[in-house]
Write a protein of this length. Structure first.
Lengths: 285, 121
């Protein structure tokens, strides 16, 4: 049964959700709480009401962060008369924006669509994803003496990442793609301070920026060795780093984007791996 | 004794320099291969060891290593690779190019310290 959190939702929205999704869901009503973890929920619905745009933007952003990189859709319910542009809420982390006046059948299909379970990884995908999982844990344990616990995997259909800083590395060769590690700022600072064996206050933005790039470099480099002689072998580019919530990262076309979620130090980080083998074309005579 | 630490990552250089200095040597930062060669021009007589990354912008680690081996002033300075490249074929390439040893990333400070002690005997 899917668990849905209704955040600041009035009786009209509550009734609408129950009516649209019926008995297949367990609904929990709650007022907005930025500190509350949302990992247990399959969906979060937030009612805009009369909130000012900036307040609503911050609430959406806080809810997205509270999802800890999990694949939890955040649905924003607005009044039809609300003409405020939707773009900023999407960039803050909202997945879909609906109104009470939208056709019920369409709303039901949209909400049910977001509750469809993510697909399971193929065996050949787990072959290389397992290597990246083990490499990530090994690099953090060795360089920072930190234990990363692998929690879950899903396939993203969104180029946006809602962390604070990402280290990106290009992969090319027998296989091509990208590997991206994304942290929240506080955890990134903690990791770099542990790597350098200094206290958090000695770590500035430059060191965090540099360290995150070096982490994805080491994770990818350590993974690479396992793929010698296999279809997934690759060479590494130099890493780049981007900062800012909701940053978007491009990936090669026609390839799955696997999101690997790790818990560490009461926080989470994500590793995105997008890798595909090159298709060898045959001449047909 | 001076030890030149060559890596385009500031964090990695600081980690390695900390280990070098904990062993009583002076760590000098080099951000890439060109920087390394310029520092060797300046300090060759005082340098006891070069720690060298592989993948860097501009001159790669192995290219810098070959340049060092091709210079009579620098040839005797031991060069130790510290890199994410961990495939046997890459390690062989570095050793044939003149590296005295190889340490793959990730590493613990203790592992690096042990390698440096081995080089200095």
């Amino acid at each position: 049964m899917s668990k849905i959190l209704l955040n600041d939702c009035g009786p009209e929205v509550t009734q609408m959700v129950n009516k649209l999704l019926g008995e297949k869901i367990a609904v929990q009503n709650s007022s907005f709480d930025a500190a509350k973890s949302l990992q247990q929920f399959n969906m979060v619905i937030l009612e805009a009401g009369n909130k000012k745009p900036e307040e609503l933007f911050q609430q959406v952003k806080s809810l997205r962060y509270a999802c800890n990189f999990r694949n939890i859709p955040i649905i924003l319910i607005k009044n039809q008369s609300d003409n405020r542009p939707n773009h900023s809420y999407i960039m803050a982390g909202a997945t879909e924006i609906l109104s009470l006046q939208d056709p019920p059948l369409a709303c039901r299909q949209i909400l049910q669509g977001y509750l469809i379970p993510n697909r399971q990884p193929l065996e050949q995908e787990m072959e290389y994803l397992t290597t990246f999982i083990n490499s990530t844990r090994h690099v953090l344990k060795t360089m920072a003496s930190m234990e990363a616990e692998y929690k879950e995997l899903y396939f993203a259909n969104d180029f946006r990442i809602f962390g604070d800083i990402s280290g990106i590395i290009g992969l090319s060769g027998e296989a091509e793609g990208t590997a991206v590690i994304t942290f929240y700022w506080d955890l990134a600072r903690k990791v770099i301070s542990q790597m350098m064996r200094v206290t958090d206050d000695k770590i500035n933005a430059e060191l965090i920026h540099d360290g995150v790039g070096e982490l994805i470099n080491m994770i990818s480099g350590f993974s690479k060795k396992s793929f010698i002689g296999k279809p997934y072998h690759f060479e590494l580019s130099l890493p780049t780093v981007v900062m800012g919530s909701g940053h978007q990262i491009g990936h090669p076309e026609d390839s799955s984007i696997a999101m690997l979620i790790f818990d560490m130090e009461r926080s989470s980080f994500a590793l995105q791996v997008c890798l595909k083998t090159k298709v060898k074309k045959r001449m047909i005579s | 004794m001076k030890v030149i630490v060559t890596d385009d990552s500031l964090v990695m250089r600081k980690i390695i320099v900390n280990v070098v200095e904990s062993l009583g040597h002076e760590g000098i930062h080099a951000t890439n291969g060109q920087d390394l060669l310029a520092l060797l021009e300046q300090f060759a007589d005082e340098v006891g060891l070069v720690l060298l990354d592989w993948n860097m912008p501009g001159l790669s680690g192995v290219e810098a290593l070959k340049a060092i081996q091709g210079n009579s002033r620098f040839r005797a300075i031991p060069v130790f690779m510290v890199s994410t490249e961990s495939e046997d074929v890459k390690i062989d390439e570095a050793l044939k190019a003149g590296a005295k040893g190889y340490l793959s990333k990730p590493f613990t400070p203790e592992e690096l310290a042990a390698k440096i002690k081995d080089i200095f005997g």
